[in-house]
Design a protein around this ligand. Structure first.
Ligand code: C5P
Length: 401
């Protein structure tokens, strides 16, 4: 996701400095080129060599470090970067920057750069609550600096409360948000995910192998790109994305009801859920015993998406087609029958695509029948590609109107 991005990681002197090693690894795993800048006190917690070895780049610790020929280091780095993240950010660094002090490499660079700056503070609970720290943060926020809320929990100093460095996953999510285009701002999107479950008796059900990964990734990426997202999830083991409004449901009928309850404000619905087409005609209140002959009567579930197609208005509707054969023909038929704007088709019998796995191989089919083919990608990348097409289609629609 961060391929080709230049990220500056500022590390300041708090015990949470060891967690910035994990943050560095995540940044590199996602393809970023990272330059680490350490303050003097940060070097008491972690050796620069650790960051240097993992980043493959020289770690900057001195204010007068020169980079490539004659350009002064902080200017050279500040010019090249896409983003500067300071994690952990101590009360001291926040105070210095808020008050215009530039007495080391990191503080000087914050002033020299025009790229987005993200602070991930970590400090003792009382320090965090101190009016001085809070005033400095408000001042920096009002100037356009970005802040993460520290987490609550047991701190290294022995107290319990707010002040822990935010989770690395959450810092990564904020970094990706700052590096994403804001091209879905103004869109209110309902995204469904996962399977549905239709009870046969108290212990058995009809369901499918959908994990929810595609829908959850779409929800996260759409939020990063500025959309107001509501995730409607069938049963899934995935953790709820931090701070993302999520409504859980079990059956297709529940999912249909929740969608309709939230439809009024929605400008778009993306139905990534694998909704069960049938449910048992009757649910046994008691566990069905093994003895005797059994026959399961099924009745059809409503086709939620086709129902939405009938009351579509100006909403943008995206459907999914999980097929094992005649992929394109089936997808085209669905786009017309369900009155959709776009369909994402994947062959669930192909290795590396469809349910459960972390990757997908998709084709996007437009309302006018154009087919776009994509190679195997992570579901996060697939979500980006789908939303790129949504944005392009929305722009085209806007011009045509
Ligand atoms: O017709 P089919 O079930 O293959 O269509 C798949 C698309 O329709 C998916 O987007 C899925 O979320 C949606 N769907 C639905 N209600 C159903 C079955 C599928 O909305 N009962």
């Amino acid at each position: 996701m961060l391929q080709g991005k230049e990220v500056l990681l500022g590390v300041t002197g708090g015990i949470a400095a060891y967690k910035s090693v994990l943050l560095l690894r995540e940044l590199i795993k996602e393809g970023a080129n990272v330059h680490v800048i350490m303050t003097k006190s940060a070097q008491n917690f972690v050796a620069p060599l650790t960051f240097q070895t993992l980043s493959g780049n020289q770690v900057t610790t001195e204010i007068f470090t020169l980079f490539s020929s004659s350009k002064i280091g902080h200017i050279s780095l500040a010019d090249r970067a896409d983003l500067l993240v300071i994690a952990p950010a101590t009360a001291n660094i926040i105070g210095k920057i808020a008050n215009g002090i530039a007495d080391d490499f990191l503080t000087t660079m914050v002033m020299a750069t025009r790229v987005p700056v993200l602070f991930a503070p970590a400090m003792n609970t009382n320090m965090w609550a101190s009016p001085v720290v809070q005033a400095n943060i408000s001042r920096l926020k009002s100037m356009g600096y970005n802040f993460m809320e520290p987490a609550e929990g047991e701190l290294a100093c022995g107290t319990t409360g707010r002040g822990k460095l935010a989770d690395v996953d959450e810092i990564m999510e904020d970094i990706k948000t700052l590096l994403s285009p804001n091209d879905l701002a103004g869109e209110k999107i309902l995204i469904t995910a996962g399977p549905t479950e239709e009870a046969i008796d108290p212990v058995r059900c009809i369901t499918n192998r959908s994990s929810g990964k595609m829908g959850y990734n779409l929800a996260m990426v759409a939020r990063r790109r500025g959309a107001e997202v509501t995730l409607i999830s069938g049963p899934s083991c995935l953790p709820v994305p931090c701070g993302l409004p999520t409504i859980h449901c079990t059956t297709a009928l529940e999912m249909e009801r929740i969608i309709h309850e939230n439809l009024d404000n929605a400008t778009m619905v993306i139905m990534a859920a694998a909704v069960a087409d049938f449910r048992p005609a009757e649910k046994s209140e008691k566990k069905i015993k093994r003895l005797g002959d059994h026959c399961l009567d099924l009745e059809p579930n409503p086709d939620i998406l086709a129902g939405l197609g009938k009351i579509k208005g100006k909403r943008f509707l995206v459907g999914f087609a999980a097929e094992t054969n005649d992929l394109v023909a089936n997808a085209r038929e669905k786009i017309n029958r369900k009155n959709l704007d776009m369909i994402v088709a994947n062959n669930v019998s192909t290795c590396g695509a469809g349910f459960c796995c972390d990757t997908n191989i998709i084709k996007i089919i437009d309302r006018d029948g154009t087919i776009y083919d994509f190679p195997q990608m992570s579901k996060e990348q697939v979500a980006e590609v789908i939303l790129d097409h949504v944005v392009a289609s929305r722009k085209k629609d806007g011009k045509e109107q």
